[in-house]
Design a protein around this ligand. Structure first.
Ligand code: ZN
Length: 449
């Protein structure tokens, strides 16, 4: 038996997260005691473990009699037993001044619009228990679940309890955590130095992002570091998400990455953490407009702030440029290719293209481009409004400037400002000389007369 991360059962309206459990266990006034239990069953057959954490928190009794408040029903001894990806069991005792005729539990993930409802059987002393099959009806990992009870009493009126919320953590692993400012890093393999290195990488990521495109992180953000790709894949699948090398959930303020402790941990931290953090920061800053960004731009920004640039991107770009197999950015607006090789090239191109736009048009140009897209302009029109050039023209300029294609064209265009200058330098004196000569001739003519 092994203690795992603390479950967080919170009264509604409080954010699940970094606040201490003791200060946040604010159940309905009048409750004396609340108990929480967390049950953990790993999925891997190798190490079958069952861990139960029982935490009893005593709260001060403010009133001699329970308050029924808005609901006419009080929830006592609320327990939530989570087996991540498998089931969630809600247990409580319902207390009311009148006999309870019917009871049900209602719950949803905090950002969901649909509320799940289940009827309840009343047990002895109106105790209730409901088990939700989280393997069939998945919930996102680390999301906040809010639940409440509804009863019909003997007066034929319906009453609702005060909502309670908790965080649906991936409790298959014994997470450790370290916090600095808005960032909390969680990990379960690796020592303190591993956690500190991850926290440092996350902190540097915020600075790098702010340098590239001025966005600051105003809300708390959690980075979960899985020890291997298999563990992360399991979490994403059990949470109903697509398999990916890393995952960012801006709504939850959660980033999930796989970084095994070892010699390459530093490189992986400096690559994966900034990339996923950038997605969350962009999404927070742009709100609903984030979804309107072309994929090449959101991935381009996220890849550009990676603290350890991927050396294979250059190789892929040069090879595709020589083979004339570069992808058109117009084809990377809505999605990236499904096959791994072309998807890799799409990331490489997006990073290089976004960096080129940043160096050619500066942060202001990049911000104008972002706002054109968040305003709803199409992939091509956004480029025209922000940078006065079509996406195709920008693509050509990028190929020429970064990949050395059409070098003569680049040279001519680069010479153009100098040619203009030369023209001004030469033409002005010539025109001046001609004018002086003309004036002299006119003067001589007048003298002759
Ligand atoms: Zn990405």
């Amino acid at each position: 038996m092994k203690n795992l991360s603390l479950p967080r059962l919170l009264s509604a309206g409080l954010r699940g997260g970094r606040s201490s459990l003791r200060s946040n266990l604010l159940f309905q006034e009048g409750h004396m005691l609340s108990a929480l239990r967390l049950c953990f069953t790993p999925l891997r057959a190798k190490s079958i473990r069952l861990s139960i954490l029982l935490l009893i928190v005593a709260l001060t009794l403010f009133k001699a009699h329970p308050a029924y408040g808005q609901g006419g029903v009080e929830v006592k001894d609320a327990n939530v037993v989570v087996m991540f990806g498998q089931q969630i069991t809600f247990q409580a005792q319902l207390v009311s001044p009148l006999p309870i005729l019917q009871a049900s539990i209602l719950f949803r993930e905090l950002n969901e619009e649909v509320t799940r409802v289940a009827p309840l059987q009343l047990g002895e002393n109106n105790t209730v228990s409901f088990t939700y099959d989280a393997s069939q009806n998945v919930l996102p990992p680390f999301s906040t679940i809010i639940f409440w009870y509804q009863v019909m009493l003997d007066d034929n009126q319906t009453y609702t309890s005060t909502p309670i919320q908790f965080r649906y953590d991936d409790n298959r692993f014994p997470w450790r955590a370290s916090t600095s400012g808005p960032l909390t890093v969680h990990w379960y393999e690796g020592d303190d130095a591993f956690g500190q290195a991850a926290l440092d990488a996350a902190g540097s990521s915020l600075a790098a992002m702010n340098d590239f495109i001025p966005l600051t992180l105003n809300t708390p953000l959690d980075v979960y570091i899985y020890a291997n790709a298999g563990d992360l894949q399991g979490a994403l699948q059990l949470g109903g998400e697509q398999w990916a090398g890393g995952h960012a959930n801006p709504k939850l303020g959660v980033v999930m990455v796989a970084i095994p402790p070892g010699p390459s941990q530093s490189i992986q931290m400096q690559t994966a953490i900034p990339h996923e953090l950038a997605h969350v920061m962009l999404a927070h800053a742009l709100g609903a407009g984030y979804d309107r960004l072309p994929v090449w731009l959101s991935e381009g920004i996220a890849s550009s702030v990676e603290l350890y640039p991927n050396p294979d991107y250059d190789v892929a770009l040069k090879s595709a440029s020589q083979n004339d197999s570069l992808l058109r950015f117009a084809d990377l607006c809505d999605s990236f290719p499904p096959d791994a090789a072309r998807a890799f090239l799409a990331y490489a191109q997006s990073q290089s293209f976004t960096k080129y736009l940043h160096s050619a048009y500066g942060t202001t140009g990049l911000m104008s481009l972002v706002s054109a897209y968040t305003d709803g302009l199409s992939c091509d029109l956004g480029a025209k409004r922000a940078l006065s050039m079509s996406l195709g023209q920008l693509d050509t300029r990028w190929r020429e400037s970064e990949l050395g294609q059409n070098v003569t064209g680049v040279a001519l265009r680069n010479l153009a400002p100098f040619a203009l200058l030369m023209l001004v330098i030469l033409v002005v004196p010539i025109w001046g000389a001609v004018d002086i000569a003309r004036q002299r001739r006119r003067r001589r003519g007048l003298e002759a007369k």
